[in-house]
Design a protein around this ligand. Structure first.
Ligand code: ZN
Length: 239
């Protein structure tokens, strides 16, 4: 089954990476829809950011507003029932015996892409877009390019559909991700991502830093803040 490659379904969590991916898709595809997952995450704050980011991104560009279609929220809470992780249960962030941080939710991205692929077939969409990155990531095996390549092939075979997976952040570090936002939408997009997206693992949204809201010390905040600082330093006006 041929799927139109002029349309994309963006895995959109409400964080910095997926918001940047959404802008990337809006710059390239005639029709863009979004999919989000309630997987029983401890902090609902990221999901609460989603509609705000979608509304804000429509304000940034009439072209993007015209291209951005439906948002789909999917119940994936079955993931939480499989076992405890620091993302879904009240446990401290730590390393597991397997050498992975316990923020890793086993099977999460595999399930997300399976559900996204199934929806894409029904929606007549050919390209799935995700913010996975193996450059300065936390060692998650389901963020590797090889995993996505294998899953793309699985979806093509299992759905008998010409589904592609796009991962524009795969080889970027966080500084380059900020630069990509700048290239796609200028200062307005960077400001919107700083103000409206949420990345912090602890769900902290009290203090506004230059790079956005967050506790500043969890692994997700450290990545985001360090990336911002390296990006600012690279522009010659470190803050
Ligand atoms: Zn944090």
């Amino acid at each position: 089954m041929t799927q139109p490659l002029s349309s994309a379904l963006v895995l959109f969590s409400g964080g910095q990476d997926s918001a940047t991916c959404l802008a990337w898709a809006l710059a390239r595809f005639e029709r863009v829809e979004t999919i989000g997952f309630d997987y029983g995450q401890r902090h609902a704050i990221e999901l609460a950011c989603r509609p705000k980011v979608l509304a804000a991104i429509r304000q940034l560009s009439p072209v993007w507003a015209a291209r951005l279609g439906e948002d789909h929220m999917i119940d994936a809470t079955v993931l939480k029932s499989l076992g405890a992780t620091a993302m879904t249960h009240e446990v401290e962030i730590s390393m597991t015996a397997a050498g992975l941080p316990n923020t890793f939710v086993p099977g999460r991205n595999l399930l997300f892409f399976t559900l996204a692929g199934a929806l894409a077939v029904r929606r007549g969409i050919g390209v799935l877009v995700g913010g996975m990155c193996e450059t300065d990531y936390s060692g998650y095996p389901d963020c590797r390019a090889d995993t996505l390549k294998a899953q793309e092939e699985t979806l093509r075979l299992g759905l008998d559909a010409d589904i592609r997976i796009g991962a524009p952040l795969m080889y970027l570090d966080k500084a380059a991700t900020w630069q990509l936002a700048q290239d796609l939408g200028g200062d307005a997009l960077v400001a919107m991502i700083g103000e409206e997206t949420h990345t912090c693992y602890l769900g902290e949204r009290g203090a506004r830093h230059a790079w956005g809201y967050g506790c500043g010390t969890c692994p997700a905040c450290e990545l985001r803040a360090n990336g911002w600082q390296r990006w600012q330093a690279g522009k010659g006006n470190a803050s």
